[in-house]
Design a protein around this ligand. Structure first.
Ligand code: COA
Ligand code: AMP
Length: 635
């Protein structure tokens, strides 16, 4: 079947199409209701079916005789550890941890936060929650205690599952102390904190709520998976929104399982038994869908890599992993490739390895620049597939569906809509854009299975953020266009969200922190071009009158504030002091203008600006700080 035929079937007969896909999974009871309108304006898929994600990812494979197949290769250059965990071992670990969590009082419908580095216990924790119907919320380790506290107060976990430490290249990251600090900052108090002690020789002060992970597992009996309704939330994953408060994306169980299973075969072209590697982190949606649930559902061996593309120990580490585990399909962010390319521009390090197992290299998480795509293709000699999706969708929305039909790759484009997504480009007025005309990227409702159910505790935000702007459509928050051949190009966010090294961050949240410095009257934070990370945040601040503080000291303090509040992952490193900020006559800060001048000399000053002269002053400050493309302008 061609891509066009399969895609059209999914759009013309969504219920029939997804019912057939759902039949690929063993349900406890197969749904009779395939698609229903949900009260919040979204959709419920397979509402009266029951299943369990932990069963689908583990037990069914053991029952089918694959207990000895490696489920997880854990490769940790930072601890010099390599191990293979079979499906049988995974079943033992997960079912006993689930037994332990049950003993601590966790049951279906409770929530638990998982704050862990890239170690197998993070996957065990997610699957153990899924086994019981406990809704997990994994928080990325690069977030600071303050961010963790926000999530604790929003999802009110009964327990937090964490590790003593993480390791970033050669730095020990204090995970458990961060959890203790977050609990002090939060209003909600979890009953227990389960700690996996990595025995790295770092003393961790103990608290009354502490429970030792190893002892809990050792002293607990395994438990069976609990049958759950398809719409039971599997997890909450917080992501940056356009306000300072992150939003908890709620994922269902049945729709997600169906969509992931479908995507492994049709999007990624990977069959059961093959090795699949998503070099991301369990704290992001890529980690949820394609380190943990997708590959395990599909009986792939997943690679859990606790390292970086460079420096652990060098830019050959990705190639070593592919060769060592015979990875068939790999997924990473363009930033990772840019980092490798910078260290090893000729790809000399690649030549040491036999990469013949690799069929496809997938890239996502941020816009992929053409030179990165071309370099990867030339060096790996396999199709390099840029594909587009988001935390909200949970699985790809635009891709070259190699499992159906490999289409020619057009650099700069994430190719075509994936089955189930009726992607359209529309203008401010809601009308379709012409070919090559840029507009908002939307998906006609209903969304296919697997997409967000709601925003946790905040249905109004779900409605206003995604459904209200263009009635009848899901609004992605991205801009883009479609060419005359139907290839879609994503040009970037149309809101305050920036993408730093494939990490989605809110500039509104950073602005709140910068603005709270006692010396600052007002500020603007926006994303500017960064050769390595795609974007990086830049702050401009206006001092309160009479404030005596050097720019260097202010920058140091504010950078530390952002690091303390959001975390190191924000990569906020630069704050410039300006006399005033350019605004419209109605008082709106012209952030886009500030960003455009910092990135390039091509910018246009809106006629609504209140003071044109300020632009030259800001340009001068940029010039002094080596920002902007002024040299080129002079030529
Ligand atoms: N736990 C604790 N801290 C973390 C962390 C984690 N899981 N992940 C990142 N950090 C910290 C880093 O140590 C760094 O701290 P520093 O400022 O003290 O050095 C900071 O957050 C920024 O990290 P990062 O954005 O990763 O930048 P980097 O300069 O350390 O590394 C790259 C650059 C390109 C190697 C790295 O960004 C990378 O591997 N990117 C790929 C990202 C990716 O795969 N994203 C997938 C999303 S789909
Ligand atoms: P996240 O929710 O963290 O996965 O981030 C999703 C956002 O990352 C999207 O809304 C896009 O802005 C951006 N993004 C992800 N993949 C791509 C891609 N292939 N091309 C361009 N932007 C992308």
């Amino acid at each position: 079947m061609s891509y066009n035929e399969l895609y059209l079937e999914s759009i013309q007969n969504p219920e029939g199409f997804w019912k057939k896909q759902a039949q690929e999974l063993p349900w406890y009871s197969f749904p009779t209701e395939i698609l229903m309108n949900a009260p919040n304006g979204g959709s419920h898929w397979f509402a009266d079916g029951t299943l369990n994600m932990s069963y689908l990812c583990i037990d069914r494979h053991v029952e089918a005789g694959y207990g000895d197949q490696v489920a997880i290769y854990y490769d940790s250059p930072v601890t010099n550890t390599r191990s293979g965990i079979t499906f049988l071992q995974l079943q033992n670990e997960v079912s006993k941890l689930a037994g332990g969590l049950q003993r601590l009082g966790l049951q279906k419908g409770d929530t638990a936060i998982v704050y862990m580095p890239m170690i197998p216990q993070a996957i065990y924790a997610m699957l153990a929650c899924a086994r019981l119907g406990v809704v997990h919320s994994v928080v990325f380790g690069g977030f600071a205690p303050h961010e963790l506290a926000i999530r604790i107060d929003d999802c009110k976990p009964k327990a937090i599952i964490t590790a003593s430490n993480g390791i970033e290249i050669n730095k020990i990251i204090p995970y458990k102390p961060f959890v203790d600090e977050a609990i002090t900052l939060a209003k909600h108090q979890p009953e227990k904190v389960v700690i996996y002690d990595r025995k790295l020789g770092v003393h961790i002060p103990s608290q009354d709520y502490d429970v030792d992970y190893d002892s809990l597992v050792e002293t607990s009996e395994p438990v069976e998976p609990v049958p759950l309704e398809a719409t039971h939330p599997l997890y909450i994953l917080y992501t940056s929104g356009t306000t300072g408060t992150p939003k908890g994306i709620v994922r269902d169980t049945g729709g997600y399982a169906t969509a992931l299973k479908f995507s492994m075969k049709y999007v990624y072209g990977v069959g059961p038994g093959e090795v699949y590697w998503a070099a991301s982190d369990v704290g992001w949606v890529v980690g949820h869908s394609y380190i943990v649930y997708g590959p395990l559902l599909n009986r792939n061996t997943t690679v859990l890599f606790e390292g970086k593309p460079i420096k652990t120990p060098d830019a050959s580490t990705f190639w070593r992993v592919i060769a060592e585990y015979k990875v068939g399909v790999m997924f990473t962010a363009p930033t990772a490739i840019r980092a490798i390319k910078k260290e090893d521009p000729t790809g000399a390090l690649l030549e040491k390895y036999d990469l013949s197992s690799l069929k496809y290299q997938f890239l996502a998480g941020e816009r992929c620049d053409i030179s990165t795509l071309e370099w990867t293709k030339e060096k790996l000699n396999v199709p390099v597939i840029d594909h587009w999706w988001q935390t909200e969708s949970g699985w790809p929305m635009l891709a070259n569906m190699v499992g159906v039909e490999l289409q020619s790759v057009k650099p700069g484009s994430a190719s075509f809509p994936v089955c189930g997504y009726d992607i359209q480009i529309i203008g401010v007025d809601g009308n379709p854009c012409a070919a090559n005309e840029e507009g908002f990227v939307v998906a006609k409702l209903p969304l296919p299975p697997g997409c967000l159910l709601d925003v946790w505790n905040n249905t109004p935000r779900f409605i206003s953020g995604y459904l209200e702007r263009f009635p009848g459509y899901y609004f992605s928050g991205d801009g883009g266009y479609r060419d005359e051949e139907g290839y879609v190009y994503i040009t970037g966010r149309v809101d305050d969200i920036i993408n730093v090294a494939g990490h989605r961050l809110s500039t509104a949240e950073m602005e709140e922190i910068v603005a709270s410095h006692p010396a600052i009257a007002e500020c603007a934070v926006f994303g500017i071009y960064c050769e390595l990370k795609g974007q990086r945040p830049l702050g401009l601040a206006v001092l309160k009158s009479g404030m005596e503080i050097s720019s260097e000291r202010l920058e140091k303090e504010v950078v530390q504030d952002v690091r303390n509040e959001i975390g190191a992952v924000a990569s906020f490193k630069q704050l410039l002091v300006v006399k005033r900020l350019p605004k419209t006559r109605s008082g709106k800060i012209l952030r886009k203008l500030l960003r455009n001048i910092a990135d390039t000399s091509e910018y246009s000053v809106p006629s609504t600006i209140d003071d044109v002269a300020i632009i030259d002053k800001i340009k001068e400050i940029y010039r002094l700080n080596n920002l902007g493309n002024f040299k080129q302008q002079a030529v």
